[in-house]
Design a protein around this ligand. Structure first.
Ligand SMILES: [Zn+2]
Length: 111
């Protein structure tokens, strides 16, 4: 599975699709929807903040390496592995991505 996720108060909100349904981009398979699309559709009405307020990340799959890449906000460092986003039997790499900055990590964040 590939997907995107948010972590709201230590709770994982994840939206995934199978590799068959993913979008091919070079050597990678990617979940076809953006954080903003998913947040606005499912969570905005509940949390009343923009999609980039809470920590977030994305799981993509490298076809050549048979490895999942898990990109995440650096403030999730302590909990990212415990979230078990990708099954323990799969190859995976955990990577920071400066695109994924929540309101606490982004000093330019405007409320
Ligand atoms: Zn953060």
């Amino acid at each position: 599975m590939v997907g995107i996720f948010f972590v709201v108060d230590n709770i994982l909100l994840i939206h995934q699709c199978s590799l068959d349904e993913a979008e091919k981009y070079g050597d990678f398979l990617n979940y076809p929807k953006s954080h903003m699309e998913i947040w606005d559709r499912y969570y905005y009405s509940k949390y009343k903040v923009d999609f980039d307020y809470y920590p977030r990340g994305r799981v993509i799959y490298n076809i050549v390496e048979n490895t999942y890449y898990i990109y995440y906000d650096k403030c999730l460092e302590k909990i990212i592995k415990r979230l078990n986003i990708v099954h323990e039997n799969e190859n995976k790499k955990y990577l920071h991505d400066f695109h994924y900055k929540c309101s606490k990590c982004n000093k330019h964040y405007a409320e």
